[in-house]
Design a protein around this ligand. Sequence first.
Ligand code: 5AD
Ligand code: SF4
Length: 450
Amino acid sequence: MDTEKRRVQVVTYGCQMNDHDSDRMVELLEPLGFVGTDDKLSADVIILNTCSVREKADQKLFSELGRLREWRAADPDRILAVGGCVAQGMGNDLLDRCRHLDLVFGTDQLAQLPDMVTRISAHRLRVAATEWRNADEFDFLPIRPQRRMEGTHAYVKIMKGCNKFCTYCIVPYVKGRELFRPAQEIIDEVRMLVENHGICEITLLGQTVTSYNLKNRQPGEPRFAELLLRVAEIEGLHRLRFMTGYPRDVHEDLLEAFRIQPVIQPHIHMPVQSGSDRILKLMNRGYTRAQYTEKMAALRAARPGLSLTSDIIVGFPGETEAEFLETISILEEIRYDSVYSFAYSERPGTRATSFEGSLPEPERRRRLVHLNGVQDAITTSLLAECIGKTSEVLVLGPSARDPLVLRGRTPEHRLVNFIGTAEVGELVQVSIDGAGRHTLKGAQIMIHAA
Ligand code: 5AD
Ligand code: SF4
């Protein structure tokens, strides 16, 4: 490796949105001569990309910062930075509370990162940059890879922020109101990734992507379904996905897009959060259980075989045992491929913190364990139902355990380990002959010329 290069380690907490931002951070620093590293000891810059959506984010951050005190002290040229939601929320306080921290930057200051790092290196300043963006001047940060990207898949951000104000959620407070990226910019970015970087699968990313231009639409800008159709037509793009969906936004135009455009893959991450109408109302989710299940049935009618995944919160304030069991029953009714399940945790400043009936921590845990047991059984049985079928698989590379076995994904986003000879990025037919707890097994079907 080039010894002139400086190294940056970005440690990511939280969701795909943050993973995506972390990749952008490394990419932005590349022109300054940085390369990414996973090795803390050899890093010149460490960035903690924080998340405040769940759990005790502040505590976790302070203990991690404590562990990095020695690393920072060992070399005065090193830079320790904190970005993401917690940084956005705490700003200058964070610099005050942690003397060995050099930089705090918010979720809208990504583009200024190279400049801030340069200034800190030159003048040893301590910088906090977490000002709210001004929506008028706000730009999305395009993907501009300096090198060829690895793999076959990329995320493309289409929106920022959230307007939904679910009562448990801190996202609208730390990320601000929803803001949509112009469609042409999204299309150009996808085209660039496909044409120049060998990407053949794209996931459009945002907190509630299906709300794209649903309200306050600028003249000439498409709604979400039309955006999907336009992106799907890009030559060389084989697979198009999106996350996260918002149940109330499922309308006829989205159903039609699923009916007519096979590049849109048969999987949607569509969080239900709870199966109880009373809890859904308290959560301010904007739909009833029946409305949700009807929309999912309509999606499945539009695209037979559609797989669904979800987020679930258990132990919301006041959730009775019967209401918890309604959540269990919606898992069984919908039969999700998988769910991300969370025990409710109080987020300061959100409305739910003042709701009555806070449940003891052990009870929240118990419900989580129970729910995970039920979901595991559903996942296992859905995977077992794939045995004997043939599936189109996009090859990701060698499997983690055995380099002679390949790893790929089905259209439904299921992972498959299979015996075969295909190259990364190829689409092949695989006959499924086994299922584990989370993955499928199979063998590539070889097509012999007659
Ligand atoms: N407690 C538990 N889970 C939460 N989520 C968001 N806020 C909270 C909270 N306060 C979960 C939701 C959301 C996912 C990203 O995180 O399920 O969909
Ligand atoms: Fe949070 Fe609700 Fe917005 Fe999702 S839709 S980010 S849960 S406020």
